[in-house]
Design a protein. Sequence first.
Length: 328
Amino acid sequence: MTGTETPATPQRIVDVAVGYMAAGQLFAANRIGLFRALAPGPLDAAELAERTGRPENITRILGDALSSLGLLSRVDGRYALTPDTAAYLGGTGEEPDLAPFLTFLETISYPHWQQFPHTADTGEPGELDLTGDRWTTFIGGVMVYNALHARALAQAFDFGSAKRLLDLGGLSAAFALEALRANDVLHTTFVYDPRSVPSVTEAVAEFADRTRVVGAPTPEAEPDGEYDLVMVNHVLHRFGVEENRAILRHARAAAAPGARLLLLDFFLDDDAVPRSLDALHAGEYLVIDGTVVYPEADVRGWLADAGWRPVDRLTLPGSPRVLVAEAV
């Protein structure tokens, strides 16, 4: 080892290996209402115990652990929300409340990862139990996470110049709703799986005069019209390669020359340092239900073959990335 090299240390290995402990304490704090208890102002461990109805040693452990992780602050023994937890777990209503997403992770995703050794050995997903109220927990958490992505996209992309938007094959109307709120001349057509038509129609009722909802199986849908903006959000990981090629071709056929495509999903990149959120979700999607996080290089090839030219990549905080492409 030369004098310029950083000496080896076990710190990063240990930090990753005990990551489940941090997740478990975050989930517990969410479940007992610790963040909501702190929303009015700082409390010490005894006050938190009284407010949450849990033992003081537990609130001290949770308070210290979350403070060490930057999710709380601790000053003179009193814990307080940070700006991040105040915005997304404090119940202010200004940003998406991530509490249902954490509940989904704790009760559905986290236990399901116990099957990951099987997935790692075989490449096959685990057995996902969504019986009883577990489906409600699952879809509630997923939709809250989608709402977070939608808000982040609206902050990163200017919807102001678009006039006709096609939302093709998505899982949530939240993305187009953010666009409609940002642009009062925008008209949007949703082409979703027929099973989603009732829920999407209800979700966009306030914009009924500027929206149209059409039911069609996503890989087979061939929307009509010429749109200047197309969104394909959380679609690619749910389908196979040839289906995705068809989806992107159909999206291009419905786009006007020069139209923009927003392709939101997790992607495996070829960057010098891979983005961890995408790489981790590759494991999550596979173990949960066998869906695929595709290499970005492959997706760019599909775009080019379908008549799209990639022009940008947006990295949304705590969310997927967006490949922005132009119709050529």
